[in-house]
Design a protein around this ligand. Structure first.
Ligand SMILES: NC(=O)C1=CN([C@@H]2O[C@H](COP(=O)(O)OP(=O)(O)OC[C@H]3O[C@@H](n4cnc5c(N)ncnc54)[C@H](O)[C@@H]3O)[C@@H](O)[C@H]2O)C=CC1
Ligand SMILES: O=C(O)C(=O)COP(=O)(O)O
Length: 392
């Protein structure tokens, strides 16, 4: 029976997918796979049994991908499964800032309950002029990153009557197909910043996007623009942000990632990383992650991995083995020669590669023995081998 260790709060519907065929628990011993959300695993010691990690969500900056690849651990995420939830909160963030909602709420919270009804009404009507806002319709939204979330935000903004400019030089063909032709494409990030009343960031956090919004770029931003960050804190350089707020270049920063330097800043609205925290998104992500893990553990198939190639080999007959190796010549032929020497017949086979990693699924006529698995593991450049399901 395979073991699943959970970290973070994983939606019950996702856990229910494993039925009684699996042992699933927080802190489960000898886990074949780990399911998690935002927990930081950079200093985590992976037990030797771990074959897969499933991030119930989009961002994988909390996972040491390179180390996982080296240890043959397949890392999955759930692209698009929480995009709608983030989109809705981004709309909320724009409205919070456009209509002074947070300031209005604190004003009301600060009123004394000792007032009579008439005094309350007079006070409200007298003070509301301090909270006059502006409308989103007719304004320009700049969307940095037009993947699953960026595209949804762009479409919702068009629906509100905003003009939308996007920037995404690495946009996938699939994502481009999803995008409305009404989204204008900026050639440079600076062009987007110069044209937008609101700028929202939807790129992954990695070494290329660290400090993507910096003093150089912020110098181009339209005077008084609002910056929204529901992607990751590291994408915005904090010193540059504070300077832009002080110089009124930016009128507000709305962020899902509170930081000590910004906590009490009057022009910063921070939320406690709530973008994907809806029942629907948590369920979508957990169910998708669980299904991907089950197909991997039971069939070796890989769908939505961030480090291994996608692969799907239908099960017909025989006994399945899977192995991963450095993506260099001769490994496959060496493994096939070994099978031939051991008089083992191959019924079906699929080999895929991605960057430095090659991965093979093979259905053989007889159950894989420990001797066979050890022999494959000893082939030069093979770094992981596994018998899928019941074997000898
Ligand atoms: N606040 C929250 O709770 C959540 C935050 N996120 C964050 O949002 C990020 C994006 O999520 P998705 O849209 O689902 O991912 P996605 O992978 O569908 O889209 C990301 C897009 O960013 C583009 N991109 C990458 N580098 C870029 C750059 N330098 N400039 C412009 N575009 C660039 C890519 O080409 C891709 O189209 C996640 O990586 C995660 O960090 C995701 C979900 C929830
Ligand atoms: O999916 C993402 O990238 C998120 O940031 C969501 O994080 P969470 O699952 O709510 O901890």
């Amino acid at each position: 029976m395979p073991n699943i260790r959970t970290i973070n709060n994983i939606h019950q519907q996702g856990l229910a997918c494993f039925k009684e065929r699996y042992q699933v628990a927080e802190g489960q011993e000898a886990p074949d796979a780990i399911m998690l959300r935002s927990a930081n695993l950079h200093d985590y010691d992976f037990p030797s049994e771990v074959k897969a990690l499933a991030r119930c969500g989009a961002g994988v900056n909390n996972i040491p991908i390179q180390r996982c690849s080296e240890q043959g651990i397949v890392v999955f995420n759930t692209p698009g499964a929480n995009a709608n939830a983030v989109k809705e909160l981004v709309l909320g963030g724009m409205l919070l800032s456009a209509r002074n909602i947070a300031a209005g709420l604190s004003f009301i919270e600060g009123l004394s309950e000792d007032m009579d009804a008439k005094a309350l009404q007079l006070k409200v009507e007298a003070e509301k002029k301090g909270f006059v806002g502006s409308e989103l319709t007719g304004k320009t939204l700049g969307v940095v990153g037009l993947g699953a979330i960026g595209a949804e935000v762009a479409h919702a903004a068009l629906g509100l009557g905003m003009k939308v400019v996007g920037f995404d030089p690495a946009l996938s063909v699939q994502a481009a197909w999803r995008l409305s032709s009404e989204v204008e494409c900026a050639d440079e990030l600076k062009d987007l910043l110069a044209a937008s009343d609101y700028v929202t960031i939807h790129v992954p956090a990695n070494k290329h996007t660290q400090g993507l919004i910096n003093s150089d770029n912020l110098a181009s931003i339209k005077q008084g623009a609002v910056l929204l960050n529901f992607a990751r804190g590291s994408i915005v350089d904090e010193d540059a942000l504070l300077t832009a707020l002080a110089k009124q270049q930016l009128s507000q920063y709305v962020s899902d990632f509170p930081s000590l330097a910004l906590l009490k800043h009057p022009k910063v609205l921070s939320l406690p990383h709530l973008g994907a925290s809806t029942n629907e998104a948590e369920q979508n992500c957990a169910v998708m992650a669980a299904r991907q893990l089950i197909d991997f553990l039971e069939n070796g198939n890989i769908h939505n991995s961030v480090n291994f190639p996608n692969i799907k080999l239908s099960r017909t007959e025989g006994y399945r083995i899977a192995f991963a190796n450095d993506n260099v010549p001769k490994v496959l032929s060496n493994v096939l020669a070994l099978l031939s020497d051991m008089d083992i017949n191959v019924i079906d086979m699929l080999n895929k590669s991605r960057n430095d990693i090659a991965y093979t699924l093979m259905d053989i006529a007889t159950p894989a023995t420990t001797e066979l698995l050890e022999a494959i593991a000893n082939v030069e450049h093979v770094f992981h081998v596994n018998a899928i399901g019941e074997h000898a």
